[in-house]
Write a protein that binds this ligand. Structure first.
Ligand code: ADP
Length: 527
């Protein structure tokens, strides 16, 4: 993969755009359409328009292949830019660069405090560029700028929390019963080259969750962002270079899942795959990984229930349930997408959530009035609308007023479906959109049975002020995260991950680091 000078890159991108019948002159037009409140920074416009390459071995490189992927702006449906769809041999080059960096004494021998300082420097750079990154994220994914800003804070907190672990990775001395005198202890060592494969719903936060633990533990990493939302990860790579990490320690490559993602998952030069995405793709990655016994952690889909008892604070439930499903347009793996309500309060709660849903303004994510931004892509919009239609055809009732939204943006109306049952596809399958399915229950036993009747087990929330009931239920819920009287809260110190088909392993907290470390047992005979 040759490094091309900027002018050649420009020509390459212009050619690619022409091949797809796009015109670079359209770019300012997109900004005029989207940026009604004139908030876009000039640096954001310049970054978006700049030709996009991949960050491999510390260099910005452009692919040799002709294959590029258009990146759409979800509010207008227009193309922001194109990214390379790397060939399999170019993926190999990234693996070679990451392996070389893993062996480099400058990285392998870097003292924990020096690694920590470098990570803190990165967190400062992300903070200095937070508004720029939030705007890139909002443009690329479509999400609200307010949400994107909050995600930036959470990404910065994650880096700062994790940086502190650099100096706290320790083995232990064991008192063994073997004959004679033995000195036996364990060493924690970096697993090697990590491939991070991430989805499009929280692109920057997901990039940070994969890259940072790898760096804390002394691994090197190749990140493949989702082809729909690659831009913030490419900007993050620029900041990583600025923070001073040795060449090849972090690589960011772009392309489709079936080509670039699959090449990483089956590559014998990768020691660990950290994946977030759908359960279907997670299973395929897990199978490929096992060919090489590559370590793998999977953060997959969910269909997280809210269980609401009659003694709960109804106003809090209504706001909390609306937020649990409509936040980020429902494109959240732990979104509260199944609502089980005690029969006595069912109608009141449904009416309250439906009123919130109907009041949300559908607008560009950059618009201050935005209550519901577009979904990430046209295919996803069609898929979510397809689920709503299927639910209605199977007998569900629409509690909200809006149905199909016309226009260029990839909008889906926030939707509440009642009269559902656990055999319906809308209840069993992850929709990943602003669609809430509701059922009434009679008693605690029925609520628990319905909530656990799912192949997923990511999150769940219990809404009740009866402390005894809450504590009785928590151990019986089949989910990796249980919230009480809230939903979707997270913190870098609290492990996150799923039971059942929602995944393998945990992210965040000390637990995350174990998945990037090997344990070596050492025996020294003292006789
Ligand atoms: P979503 O349904 O949210 O788009 P996916 O699971 O399809 O999630 O994608 C998540 C990530 O996995 C993306 O980066 C995508 O490119 C990648 N991916 C998709 N298919 C494969 C595959 N067969 N092998 C490896 N990675 C893949």
């Amino acid at each position: 993969m040759p490094y091309l000078e900027s002018l050649e890159l420009q020509n390459h991108v212009a050619d690619s755009l022409l091949r797809h019948n796009y015109n670079l002159d359209d770019l300012p037009d997109i900004f005029t359409q989207v940026d009604r409140e004139n908030i876009l920074l000039d640096s954001v416009k310049a970054f978006i328009a700049k030709p996009k390459g991949c960050f491999i071995g510390g260099e910005w490189m452009h692919s040799d292949t002709d294959s590029v992927i258009p990146v759409y702006e979800p509010f207008t449906g227009k193309v922001l830019n194109v990214i390379p769809n790397l060939s399999v041999s170019e993926v190999d080059e990234a693996v070679v660069a990451a392996r070389k960096a893993f062996a480099n004494p400058e990285w392998r021998g870097m003292k924990p405090m020096a690694r920590q300082a470098m990570l803190l420097r990165l967190s400062d750079l992300v903070e200095e560029n937070a508004e720029q990154l939030a705007q890139i994220e909002s443009l690329d994914n479509g999400k609200s700028i307010t949400g994107a800003r909050a995600e930036l804070s959470s990404a910065i907190n994650h880096i700062r929390y994790m940086a502190g672990w650099c100096s706290k990775i320790e083995g232990k001395v064991n008192t063994v019963s073997a004959s004679g005198q033995q000195h036996a202890y364990t060493l924690k060592e970096p697993v090697g080259v990590v491939a991070g494969i991430i989805p499009w719903n929280f692109p920057l936060v997901m990039a940070v969750w994969k890259i940072i633990p790898a760096l804390v533990t002394g691994c090197t990493v190749i990140l493949k962002p989702a082809e729909q939302t690659p831009l913030s990860a490419l900007r993050l790579a620029e900041l990583i270079a600025e923070a001073g990490f040795p060449k090849g320690v972090v690589n960011v490559i772009t392309g489709t899942g079936v080509q670039v993602g699959a090449a990483l998952a089956s590559h014998p030069g990768i020691n660990k795959i950290a994946f977030t995405g759908s359960t279907a793709v997670g299973k395929s990655i897990g199978k490929s990984a096992m060919e090489n016994i590559t370590r793998v952690s999977l953060e997959l889909g969910g269909k997280s229930p809210l269980i609401v008892f009659a003694d709960a604070d109804i106003d809090k439930v209504i706001k909390g349930a609306a937020n649990a499903i409509f936040y980020n347009q429902g494109q959240v793996c732990c979104a509260g997408s199944r609502l089980y309500i005690h029969r006595d309060i069912h109608d009141k709660v449904v009416a309250g959530i439906a009123a919130i849903a109907d009041s949300l303004t559908l607008a560009s994510g950059l618009d201050a009035s935005c209550g519901m931004a577009p979904l990430v892509s046209k295919p996803h919009q069609l898929r979510v609308n397809g689920y709503i239609a299927q639910g209605l055809s199977e007998g569900a009732k629409l509690a909200t007023k809006r149905s199909i939204v016309e226009g260029d943006g990839y909008f889906v109306a926030p939707t509440v479906l009642t009269d559902t049952h656990n055999a319906m596809a809308v209840v069993r399958e992850e929709i990943f959109g602003p669609v809430l399915v509701v059922q009434a229950f009679e008693d605690e036993e029925e609520a628990l049975r319905l909530a656990n009747d799912s192949s997923y087990g990511l999150g769940a929330s219990i809404w009740s002020n009866d402390l005894t009931r809450v504590h009785r239920l928590i151990p019986q819920i089949e989910a990796g995260v249980v919230w009480v009287n809230t939903h979707n809260l997270g913190d870098p110190s609290q492990p996150f991950g799923g039971y059942k088909q929602s995944g393998i392993g945990r992210e965040q907290g000390r637990e995350q680091l174990d998945m990037f470390l090997e344990t070596k047992s050492v025996w020294i005979d003292l006789n």
